[in-house]
Design a protein around this ligand. Sequence first.
Ligand code: PMV
Length: 310
Amino acid sequence: MFTCSAPGKMILFGEHAVVFGRPALALAIDLRISCKVSSSDQYTVNGHAMRKRHHAYISASLDEAWDGPPIDVDTMSKIPAASGLGSSAAVTVSCIASMTSSKGRLNPEKIARMAFEVENKVQGIASPTDTSTSTHGHGVLVSPHKLDDFLWKIEKGTLVWNIHHCDVPRLRFVVGYTGIHAATGPLVAMVKKLVDAENDAKKVIDRIEEIVLAGVEAVKKSDKRRIGDLMNENHTLLNQLGVGHPALDKLVEACRKHSYGAKLTGAGGGGSMIALTDEPDRVSKEIEMAGGEAIPISVGCDGVRIERRA
Ligand code: PMV
């Protein structure tokens, strides 16, 4: 068995809409979780007996990917939990990778597929955005259509998500973490109820789709002004879906002056926002002054990888 690590992610455009099979663009970030799996006489996580409720993602990963004797699972995380930065996907991907790596080789498509099943089971409803981005790294474009740089396809019921590699230009982002924990499952369920019931909410989802497509073009051209404008609009639309939070708005407002654009990232309801800027130190200070935790990040990092033989 091996110790594997996997990155967190930030969703640049398209969170929530992607759950309905619409496109999204996500970038891997340089905050990782590593997972070491070793043989044992009982199932443990970080030295404690494994409990299904307490260790939901790890225990579901075991059900999905492991049929051997008891194991110890040890994790080390640099990603704040429930922060919108993909910690649950990274823990799931790194655990599944450690459990399934054989002869020092990883099978990314198989890992992404299993990790999606785990997130879906634990969250109730999920898209494969976080798990595929954590697996592949770099940038990932999720689309209902098969395009250039296709990696793999994931299906659930009537929904199809085609996963594509996306090159990430040199862009500087700062994350602003509100410190407010928000579970993804209930937020996704709330948006689904709204979109199923209200035509206006459907129109918001349609507009988010247009933003993602325009955003992909802007990223290809490294057009920071355009990316920033689209981020601002995407933030407004997410607020209209009810997944905003006053603490997120406060951080977004605080860093607008020295950013191309800013938006919440991930499920919302707290968690984190991101700002695209040429002045990360200044924006970090603004976030801290507005009461958030500033985390400067690099984007476009490697996906899941083997760190060492366990
Ligand atoms: O906050 P996170 O890291 O769980 O991101 C969730 C992204 C959603 O689009 C809201 C849900 C999903 O499964 O795609």
